[in-house]
Design a protein around this ligand. Sequence first.
Ligand code: PLP
Length: 350
Amino acid sequence: MATGHLTIDLDAVASNWRALDRLSGAGVETGAVVKANGYGLGADRVARALANAGARKFFVAAAEEGAEIRQALGRGPEILVFSGHMPGDTDMIGDLDLIPMLNSVDQLTRHLEALPGRRFGIQLDTGMNRLGMEPGEWAAVAQIALAAGPHLVMSHLACADEPDHPMNASQLAAFHEMTDGIDVPRSLSATGGLLLGADYHFDVTRPGIGLYGGLPYTDATPVARISLPVIQTREIADGETVGYGNSWTADGPARIATVAAGYADGLHRALSNNCTLYHEGTACPIAGRVSMDMIGVDITHLNGTPQMLDILCPEQGVDALAEAADTIGYEILTSLAARYRRTWLGGLAQ
Ligand SMILES: *Cc1c(COP(=O)(O)O)cnc(C)c1O
């Protein structure tokens, strides 16, 4: 089999959720963000594992993703949609009992007219300028919105992964200003905000990346492993080159393994000559450019020929791989393409 193996530890996802739930503190509900196919790791299985761990609020980016989560979880758990109530979403929201986080007066009007009496939330913009009603807009419609009984009022932090960034306190103050005194549960924090402490927790936290083993949650249990089958090995002589563009040259006799994965599998081309794979803890550097389906690896120093080499493993987590590719863990996980043979471990009811 010449495809990479992606192994996803659902017990690790559940244990990360439990740890973040403890950090959220007593009286605060910890939701779970499962957008973008559960950060690339399989939204249906991840959501079921999280539901078994105790999560009851699931956040997605779009109604279509909410439909998949509803299918996986059945009736009961709440599914909240960050993009709100878009044209064309009404049937899905109504039939599948999704909760749109309304972002504008247009969305509020659409929702109250199309699905009167059905649950909704409100998203407020506290300075990120991405989604949500601005202070003036909110002031104009708050009375109408509050009379219809929103389920949750939320905002999102732009710089929560930098604890000392003044934007955090400024958005916190803006959120208080816009929501103090209203009798609706409030939510401000994703993983980064959750780690900023209790002032940022309000009633509901919304961790995503921390569940999947990524920064800024440094204590996360690793969730994903990627092992790549070795298709072929060869001995090369001093001065020979490997791969497109001759970008790697042997400085002595060398042994090269060609493994089955490349940039089409989300292993970015920026990893060319700039990353290591691992065989039972021994580092083996990438030799040459990452091509679409293959990567050359220098295994000169190994005894014998491994069947597989790991590129995502305890020795090199999501964020180490991201750093080598000059990106962030979020992008590494959500870039993992369809081609992997995926295996999910654990995740049973407990
Ligand atoms: C993606 C997202 C989250 C989760 O963020 P993480 O940094 O992955 O924890 C929470 N809230 C909103 C609005 C988001 O877009």
